[in-house]
Write a protein that binds this ligand. Structure first.
Ligand code: C5P
Length: 223
């Protein structure tokens, strides 16, 4: 097709963002980081004093923040009420709270609508990465990829990203990742899961370049 829709799902630290950005840039597609949107709404809840464990309070406030995502893979952006959220959404505080906020059905309904309209408006197609893209957000995607990796590999990658920004400890990162995946996989609404028609790629022993090449080849196979 002239325009290709690619869904990339998987747990934290499997290389979804790095892979999706590089593939989109290579093929001239847009790029959407849906985790950044859930982080952005979580950041807004935290800065506005909403108790993230109070499901009713989160649901009631969910429509208030205005979240805007820029889809250029060379410079993805995210703003909340016009404020640049790219830095604050990566804090450990947001990371620890995001699974609770993203489990609230009202939050998911709003963000899912936003994701679908962004994908529909992408002129040359788009790579959308997240947890529920292939099953819930874009079930008709031209290609669905599910990335996996061992917990050790995922923790090591995540630590590499955080280094220099915050004090990091490999065992703590591993525990936090496992806890977040368990929460994301067990929630009622749109849990993290592989679509039946997704291609699973285990990235444990692959370099980033190898994963990128693999996904590019898969996209060429459907377009
Ligand atoms: O990808 P990232 O680690 O930034 O995602 C942050 C969190 O956002 C996930 O742990 C999950 O709770 C939530 N998320 C989600 N559905 C998506 C993408 C992310 O629930 N499609």
């Amino acid at each position: 097709p002239a325009s290709v829709i690619v869904a990339i799902d998987g747990p934290a630290g499997t290389g979804k963002s790095s892979t999706s950005k590089a593939v989109a840039a290579k093929l001239g597609l847009g790029y959407l980081d849906t985790g950044a949107q859930y982080r952005a709404i979580t950041w807004w809840m935290l800065t506005n004093g909403i108790d993230v464990d109070d499901v009713t309070a989160v649901a009631d406030a969910s429509a208030k923040p205005v979240i805007v995502s820029g889809t250029d893979p060379a410079a993805p952006t995210i703003t909340v009420d016009g404020l640049d959220a790219a830095g604050p959404i990566r804090s450990q505080e947001v990371t620890a709270a995001v699974s609770a906020v993203s489990a609230v059905p009202e939050v998911r309904a709003l963000i899912t609508d936003l994701q679908r309209s962004i994908a529909a408006e992408a002129p040359h197609g788009i790579v959308v990465e997240g947890r529920d893209i292939g099953i819930t957000v874009l079930p008709d995607a031209d290609l669905k990829v599910f990335l996996t990796a061992s917990p050790e590999a995922r923790a090591a990658r995540r630590n590499g990203e955080l280094k220099g920004k915050e004090a990091v400890d490999l065992a703590a990162t591993r525990e936090a990742l496992i806890k977040r995946d368990a929460a994301d996989s067990s929630r009622k609404t749109s849990p993290l899961a592989k679509a039946d028609d997704a291609v699973e790629v285990d990235t444990t022993d692959l370099t980033l370049d190898q994963v990128i090449e693999c996904v590019v080849t898969l996209i060429e196979g459907v377009s």
